[in-house]
Design a protein around this ligand. Sequence first.
Ligand SMILES: Cc1cc2nc3c(=O)[nH]c(=O)nc-3n(C[C@H](O)[C@H](O)[C@H](O)COP(=O)(O)OP(=O)(O)OC[C@H]3O[C@@H](n4cnc5c(N)ncnc54)[C@H](O)[C@@H]3O)c2cc1C
Length: 382
Amino acid sequence: MAAALALINRGHDVDVYEQAPELKEFGAGVQISPNGTRALHVLGVLETLRQLSCDTEGKEVRLWNTGRTWKLFDLGAEAIERYGFPYVTVFRPDLLQVLVDAVRARKPDAIHLGWRAAGVTQRKDRVILESESGKTVEGDALIGADGVHSVIRHKLFGGDRPRFFGMIAWRGVIPMKRVPQHISRDKATNWIGVGGHVVHYPLRAGKLMNFVGIQERDNWQVESWTTQGTAQECAADHTGWHADVQALIAASPSLFKWALMGREPLPRWTVGNVTLLGDACHPTLPMLAQGAVMAIEDAVILGRCFDKYADVVTALSRYQDARIAVASRRVVGANENAARFHNPALRNEEGATTYVDREWSREAIIRRYEWIFTYDVNAVDI
Ligand SMILES: Cc1cc2nc3c(=O)[nH]c(=O)nc-3n(C[C@H](O)[C@H](O)[C@H](O)COP(=O)(O)OP(=O)(O)OC[C@H]3O[C@@H](n4cnc5c(N)ncnc54)[C@H](O)[C@@H]3O)c2cc1C
């Protein structure tokens, strides 16, 4: 949707073909770091989104069993001062709605629902997209932004072998009035432990709390936004974790589970007049909170390439070249954070203190995040 908006904003005629019969996002949270809010600003939707999001005050790290707390970094005012843009936490349906509204305001009939792409045929200057039910549409270019199980990626580059990371993500959204008062309501909290970590942060101007619990487990391998589990199963995966974590699990009206799969970074995303965008080309573990942000950045850079290069094949190839190295580096960064967040050194408080002081020192944080947060979609060479 961000890609559609980036192109429509620049005067291109775009149609979006979405398999879902209705535009209903999965109810979960997404963190958007300053490089992502900078890209949303370029798309013209940041101000609207901020009315629905939260400028969390800061980020903290807590130890899985004792609850000992370390400050990680300031997000609110400090992020704006340092990067020019805020670090926000957003309810996914709100993010989608803001993008959809902006697309429809510019082209009311741009979005075609219940349209599942199944095939692609490339001709010299045209590309034909076929639906599962045999309908076809054609255009000058095709952007496959169809997520981690991308059909378009499969058509361009063949099947891949997702690697199961041996981790399951539990996700829940909790009405804030059900969250015990003493659990931080204005900070993003990252609990770290031996075989897992837990993240929670406020959404929708503080009315909701997002909960994500990632635990190492090898008996669940379904990548799905919609598979539900029970609070008992989730609590069992968090045995020994602090009472605050248990309280959040108990307060979650429903909990969904998702197996974390990884794929090797692709060496290329573009073939002629077809390219990929977002999870379709650079799926990532969520440990750097950059998957959705990268899709939004891709969108802006794609729009800039269409502006600069009249020839579609050149525009798509320049888009790929501008983005592929930075996206691959972030995927690697997320993998490294997985090992960092789940570490044997965290077994007890003594080991944890030395470990956290080293891994979350100011210098280490700047080394890991500064190059990401300062990334400017408008300044990148294309
Ligand atoms: C636990 C967890 C936490 C996360 N936290 C963050 C975070 O804090 N910050 C962040 O930036 N990212 C986060 N992410 C990553 C983020 O959710 C993804 O990177 C992002 O959703 C990718 O967007 P996308 O548009 O590429 O793909 P998707 O969001 O998967 O969208 C793909 C769309 O294509 C449609 N589609 C699929 N196949 C077809 C087809 N054949 N025909 C037509 N339509 C089709 C789908 O219905 C869907 O609407 C997290 C992910 C997980 C699992």
